[in-house]
Design a protein. Sequence first.
Length: 363
Amino acid sequence: MRKNKKDIEEIPKALRMDNTEKKKKKNVKKVLLVLVILAIIGVSTGGFLLYGPYSGFRDWLITTAMTTMTHQYFATWFYDDETIEASLAKNKVEEVNEITNTNTIVINNTVEETVYENEYERAVLEKDPNNDDYKIIEINGKGYSGYLAVIYDPSRIKTVYTKKLGTSGQYLKQMAKDNDALIAINGGGFEDPNFNSNGADPLGITFSGGKLITSKTWRGSGGLIGFTEDDKLVLGKMTVKQAQEMKVRDGVTFGPFLIINGKKSTILGNGGWGTAPRTAIGQRKDGIVLFLVIDGRTVTKPGANMNDLIEIMENYGAYNAANLDGGTSSAMVVNGDIINDPIDSSGAHRTRFISTGFILTKK
């Protein structure tokens, strides 16, 4: 496993954008940079990629840009609304229209198996002899790399949220420290009307320790991603009342759902979410929880798409799995340090304020 990164820069409050005018100026500079790059590789080549008969690059650019909060100008600069809408319509995730059946999850905190079906089962079930709580697995694929945390006791998975709810978010590293966490990953999305990554207001429904923290209307893909009182991951489009009836104790809102009750979501085209840094969470039928973080935004490793997340989660045995907030939010903290390599929209290696996260608590 790669050594923990202690030098990940976090955005000082004074440097975060606090007005739309600055953001516009910054975006103009970025668009000009794109145009310069296109000029370097050749106007004819750039024009062919952007407007030629092959739609792969066009769809990739549109879906990658439009599923961010700060980079939509990459699509709107080159394409009209009709083209963008047509691309998003044919590239999307068709989720399984079900709610998790918790009766199919049988939690087994003792791993006795010595004969494994495949290399992925071995990777999950062969515990680290020096660590009975979790195991970190390096993940490498075409165009991405990251880490998978295998957590053996789901009763110790909790949702945490910013201490400055409604005013400001917090860095994941601080959330982990405040809650004495062994492992932490970012959670659901948050309202960001001025594109300043404030992280103050979680989207949708949030539960923590059995307490309802937020209750807002959610119209996006996915829905509630939470753990019940009997430590089972439940996914579904549900109301607060339904969640409480299922005895959800901890959870956030985001999506799309990747796998529900062992059934994979259908990916049309590239899935509509483009390629980017990702975070995901899943649970196997034996109760083992999977935290996944994928890095991206480099030339050789741009990140993962929804197909990639489904493949990784399925390989490692997830029976239920969901996508969490991605991009600059994607981070994993282990024993107080960020172990992956978050990159923000400017290309700097640093994280941002978030509103919620999932953690593994100490015993």
